[in-house]
Design a protein around this ligand. Sequence first.
Ligand code: PGA
Length: 262
Amino acid sequence: MEVIVCSAYQEMSVQAAHEVSKVLNTKPNAVLGLATGSTPLGLYKELVRLHKEEGLDFSQVTTFNLDEYVGLPDTHPQSYHYFMKQNFFQHINIPPQNVHIPSGTTRNHLAFCAWYERRITECGGIDLQLLGIGSDGHIAFNEPGSSLGSRTRIKTLAKETIQDNARFFEKKQDVPIYAITMGVGTILEARKLLLLASGKSKAAAVAAAIEGPVTSMITASALQLHPNSMIFMDKEAASQLKMRDYYQWIQDNKPGAPQPEP
Ligand code: PGA
């Protein structure tokens, strides 16, 4: 796990976007796993800037989103379909047929989830998966207790998540209680994982995920099992890490980086 503590949200967003653009520059037809939420907004903004100002090309890219609320149609302003269109897809040149987001309105969850998994495999697997982290330590909607081998499925949201997400809805009762989400096992199959965390409210979850045991009670801790994961965060999200000096030392002394003159 590579832990990168950035001075602020903006720097984190730009650095993380740079990792995405590196993947696209080496593999223009990469398969990206995408995340929603307030944390990746700055990253999407920077990717849109790179597209508009520096020609970053999405014409061959395929995407798979992590999750969607059950019961919200694509046009609902709080659906993740709507979020992705507003904040990313409508600003770049990705062909609409290359975009995959779990359906919030399917009547056959089992068949849909099986199809979603099959589609990821047919497209060659996910090259880079973006992730946020919940204050309860979840990745996607894999709430505490989700099997670390779980696959795409319907999941009941934790009360803490419903509370966290209530800010986006008029009333707390409007927050859906189910979602379709990729599983932890699905996520771990991506070739590279890039998790973003911002703000003090994530500090405890971030510390547990990075420095605590691997446990289904903090599904983000499953990143410890992945051979190629990066965790970008701002100072506030890093505030409960015990080994922070060491992570900085690693960043300052990367193998192959130019060394100061003796
Ligand atoms: P947030 O959500 O980016 O809106 O904080 C992250 C998550 O719950 O995964």
